[in-house]
Design a protein around this ligand. Structure first.
Ligand code: HEC
Length: 184
């Protein structure tokens, strides 16, 4: 019993550090895993992937013209930098998931789900049934994010918008197999 207390507390500390870091303390976020330790998918989603994609959407959802089309010429230099930074964070997170040996749905202190949410034990069973499939999808997601980072650094508007649109599919495909698989 005692052996379980320390890891649970240190994970909580990491989660809190990541939450309080909010704007860009990469160190806290990167501590989701150590090379030898487990990779917690839920932490990666909550602390890394979701904030980064929200940062990206905050730019790309706010460049619509009156005609209802996205106009990348409206993206400022600061926003291009933010797009590249957030794409880099998505890529780093995807690369860690792709390289993980021990993939866990969630940390021991982060298992609680609501009545209509998929229990973490189910998520774990989907991942355990096909860990290599999870790594492969993570690698594909990471590669797309790296391409997005490059496009944003080059301020290539057409490619950037195309890759942001493709990102939705990367999220959905993985969620369909490893999150709400039984709802299919
Ligand atoms: C390689 C697989 C994979 C990819 C790619 C992926 N996810 Fe996830 N995601 C999961 C799994 C598995 C869960 C279920 C565990 C959980 O609830 O966190 C999940 C859960 C989530 C959650 C719920 C977290 C919570 O509070 O429980 C959010 C939000 C999320 N993903 C956002 C995204 C977004 C946005 C993208 C794309 C930019 C994405 N994910 C890409 C595997 C993935």
């Amino acid at each position: 019993m005692r052996r379980h207390v320390a890891p649970a507390l240190s994970i909580l500390a990491i989660a809190l550090a990541a939450c309080t870091a909010q704007s860009g303390d990469a160190e806290a976020v990167a501590s989701n895993t150590t090379p030898a330790g487990p990779l917690y998918v839920r932490h990666a989603m909550q602390a890394e992937v979701n904030p980064a994609i929200v940062g990206i959407w905050n730019v790309t959802n706010n460049i619509f013209t009156d005609a209802g089309e996205q106009d990348p010429s409206l993206i400022t230099d600061e926003q291009w930098a933010s797009l590249a930074e957030n794409a880099g964070k998505l890529a780093a997170s995807g690369e860690r998931m792709a390289a993980a040996g021990d993939i866990r749905a969630a940390a021991p202190g982060n298992m609680a789900t609501g009545e209509y949410e998929v229990p973490m034990a189910d998520v774990q069973s989907f991942i355990s049934a096909d860990p290599q499939g999870f790594r492969d999808m993570s690698a594909s997601f990471a590669a797309l994010a790296r391409n997005l980072e490059v496009a944003a650094m080059a301020k290539d508007g057409a490619t950037t918008l195309d890759l942001v649109a493709q990102m939705d599919t990367e999220c959905t495909v993985c969620h369909a197999q490893f999150w709400y698989a039984e709802a299919q």
